[in-house]
Ligand binder design. Structure first.
Ligand code: IMP
Length: 200
């Protein structure tokens, strides 16, 4: 078991995210634990930016665990909607809304908008805090540009994946193999950048 200097906590309850980040951090000798091992409480993410929300989550994870923490916050920005759904991506169609309801709302909001004006991007901000009052957080951002299609396609992934056309792959992100998506997505890019920052 590594000592606490080599441990960190991930501020996410998603076991898939934990496994993915564990694999990424292993070469750095950092063992990652889930925030759920320390607390069932979820902090309110109510800030207007991804980075602030990620910091809120990381600070909370540091406090409940006494360990350095990694947190991410992500979402979809659609240019024609002035950046919506943005930081409200998970609850675009209302608190507790599921992916299908969010996707329906997005398609309705873009009804009649031509292809060339349906540009969008996924954003992921990932942060690392050594302790809750760390004045120099590590901040990594990953962007992934594409277009919103008119008809959902594909069954992989989650969230807005069936509506997000990855232009260079010629398909939606729900049609990509998961390993490829993990490598080229906003989250993959943010994780790679955070790794670079952690290596120093
Ligand atoms: P979270 O911050 O990772 O929990 O993501 C917030 C919301 O953004 C999710 O509930 C999805 O609606 C959306 N989102 C983030 N990343 C993705 C993605 O890779 N594919 C599809 N939707 C995503």
């Amino acid at each position: 078991m590594p000592d606490t200097a080599q441990m960190a906590v991930l501020a996410s309850r998603n076991p898939k995210k934990l496994r993915e980040m564990q694999a990424l951090l292993e070469p750095l000798g950092i063992a990652l634990r889930a925030v759920s091992e320390f607390s069932d409480e979820e902090p309110d993410e109510i800030a207007p930016s991804f980075v602030e929300n990620a910091l809120i989550k990381a600070r909370h994870a540091c406090r409940v665990s006494g360990l350095p923490a990694i947190a991410d916050d992500s979402g979809l920005e659609v240019a024609a909607l002035h950046g919506a759904p943005g930081v409200r991506s998970a609850r675009y169609a209302g608190t507790g809304a599921d992916d299908a309801a969010n996707n329906r709302k997005l398609l309705a909001a873009l009804q009649g908008v031509p292809t060339e004006r349906r540009g969008a991007r996924f954003v992921c901000t990932m942060v690392y805090l050594r302790h809750p009052d760390d004045p120099v957080p590590l901040i990594a951002q990953g962007l992934w540009s594409g277009h919103i299609v008119e008809t959902p396609s594909g069954t992989n992934g989650f969230g807005y994946d069936p509506l997000f056309r990855v232009d260079e792959q010629g398909c939606t992100s729900a049609e990509l193999a998961p390993e490829l998506k993990n490598r080229i997505s906003h989250r993959g890019r943010a994780a790679a950048e955070l790794l670079r920052l952690l290596r120093g």
